[in-house]
Design a protein around this ligand. Sequence first.
Ligand code: HEC
Ligand code: HEC
Length: 261
Amino acid sequence: MKAISQKRRHPLAAIALLLMGLLVTGGLYAVATTVNQAKADTTYSASDVAEGGKLFAANCATCHGVGASGSQSGPSLVGVGAAAVDFQVGTGRMPMQMNGPQAEKKPAQFNEAQTKQLAAYVASLAPGPAIPEASVIDGKGDAAKGGELFRTNCAMCHNAAAAGGALTRGKFAPALAGVSGQHIYEAMVTGPQNMPVFNDANISPEGKRDIITYLKQIESNGSPGGADLGALGPVSEGLFVWIAGLGVIIAFTIWLTSRTS
Ligand code: HEC
Ligand code: HEC
């Protein structure tokens, strides 16, 4: 007993205790973060990475630099993850063709296998968000909860009916109809261009699944309240009322007066 209490007063005891504390917290943190990324980067073979590297050098390195380290014409892609590549290349935004306020969506230039190889290459540079598993993009979540999450987090840019909307300096948040569940998920975890990143702490994978479910549901249900006039709200609705409504009243007045004279 005495021996222990003497050791406890040893000048190095405090340092040893501090080191132990740091090791434990560090270890726990490492475990927690790898659990978060557990689904990442497991499906790529060495040949995917090698082929992706070749495709990258030929098609992307002019802007993104050798080894994706970035250049004046494009940002570094180290750490953006497979999800960012799958989204950008899968929606045709990359390879970018011309400089504008926003990389435009266009028909995809690479097939699925090539996109996977490019994603494998970028994912091999540093860990980053992975392509989501099928279970979170199946569109079988809770649409009502998804609608709530969408209205609080997304509607200010994408419009409450996901019809899209204008942002500053020629940028815009696109309409979300026809976007695949996988691309919706990837947009949330990578935050392309002017869109913020919604990481798992912000909206859980379950919440993201609900949002996808909601978007797919409003897409397939159409507008139960009649013509949605582009779902743009008071502007198009007001315009319609002014032109059609007033038009009818004017036509009616003309008709009435023509009958009395
Ligand atoms: C003409 C130049 C150009 C080419 C070619 C190009 N990119 Fe890009 N890329 C850009 C620019 C500029 C951005 C940044 C867009 C922005 O944020 O406004 C970007 C952004 C990206 C992003 C998003 C990064 C992030 O932070 O989420 C990815 C992923 C990407 N590019 C992948 C590729 C891949 C893969 C290729 C080749 C198939 C490619 N790019 C070809 C210019 C280019
Ligand atoms: C600050 C405004 C803003 C918010 C908030 C926002 N987005 Fe976006 N979103 C954008 C912009 C801008 C783009 C276009 C980016 C580009 O073209 O690279 C975009 C693109 C997308 C795309 C890609 C669409 C396509 O046609 O490929 C999806 C999907 C998407 N957003 C979903 C969401 C969801 C879901 C949320 C809420 C969780 C959300 N966004 C919140 C601005 C926003």
